[in-house]
Structures are given as C-alpha cells and as structure tokens.
Design a protein around this ligand. Structure first.
Ligand SMILES: [Ca+2]
Ligand SMILES: [Ca+2]
Length: 163
C-alpha cells in the first residue's frame, strides 16, 4: 500500500511540467549566461526572465531591472501571458502612470483592448484608489490574473532580457 502511494506520488511529480507550473527550459544556455535569468516557454514563444523576490515598489523594481540591462517584463500576447500566470504577487512592465486608464507596456506600446479583458482579473483594473496605476500578477492569492494596485507597494517583480 505504502509503495503504491510512493509510486503514484513519483508519477505525479514527474508528470508535472515544471516547478510550480512554471515553464522553465532547463537546458537553455542563451538566457542563463545572464546571472539570475532563466528561459521560459509557451508554444513557440520564449522569454528570458528573472523573478526577483526582494520586494520593491514599482519604480525601484523598474530601476533594478534597468540596472542589469533589462526591463520589467512585457507579456503582450496571450501566449506570453501563459508564462506569467504562476508567478505570485509580482510587478510586471504594465502601468497607466502616464495617462489614467491607458495601460502601456514597458516597451512603450499600448495594451490591446481584447488582451486587456483576458489578462486582468474580472472587475480589474478598477482604480479603487487613485494610486492604482501599476499591474500586479496574483496580488491576492485567489486572483490568478492581473490587478491594478498602488505602485508604492513593495512586491516581487519580473525582469526580462530582450534577446
Ligand atoms: Ca490607474
Ligand atoms: Ca485594482
């Protein structure tokens, strides 16, 4: 009986795509030459990301990414968004700091309306407080998508190397 449980557990672990559902490409060398960065993929899309858990506000997170020649990560397609889904309480490169209600990615492009509906949690962005100008992934445990939240909050964040 105990053996059977162990076997089932091992099968479950081996069949899990990767750690916590994150789609890491284990053997990628292109990204790993940059300290702290790993390759992730979804379909034909590959992204080079660093998940930083040292809790910074949005401005400081953005500056930290820039200090290693990267940017807050841009998930501007549905495929790319699949990559960010498992990450928790993390700033990404999306905000409406410039014009309230117009979300822009860290590459300067405006968030597509159709994508906006799909990547924000239902009812978000809601600008409950005037300072809710920054997009955060899984800001609350039951939220598996983006919310707009106050940019001064200290959170994890995702940097992206454009390669
Ligand atoms: Ca806002
Ligand atoms: Ca909100």
């Amino acid at each position: 009986m105990a053996t059977r449980i162990v076997v089932i557990l091992v099968i479950c672990i081996l069949s899990f795509p990767s750690y916590q559902g994150r789609k890491v490409i284990i053997n990628d060398i292109e990204c790993r030459k940059f300290s702290g960065f790993q390759a992730y993929n979804e379909g034909n899309v590959k992204m080079c990301l660093s998940y930083r858990q040292d809790l910074k506000n949005y401005t400081d997170a953005r500056a930290d990414c820039a200090s290693v020649n990267s940017r807050l990560a841009v998930f501007n397609t549905w495929e790319k968004f699949q990559i960010v889904i498992p990450f928790e309480d993390a700033w990404i490169g999306l905000d409406d700091l410039e014009t309230e209600g117009t979300f822009k990615w860290a590459d300067g492009s405006v968030l597509d309306d159709n994508l906006k509906i799909r990547i924000f949690y239902p009812g978000e962005p809601n600008a409950v407080y005037p300072e809710e100008d920054c997009a955060c992934q899984r800001c609350w445990s039951n939220y598996n998508k983006l919310c707009d939240g106050p940019c001064y909050l200290a959170k994890n964040y995702l940097c992206e190397k454009v390669i």
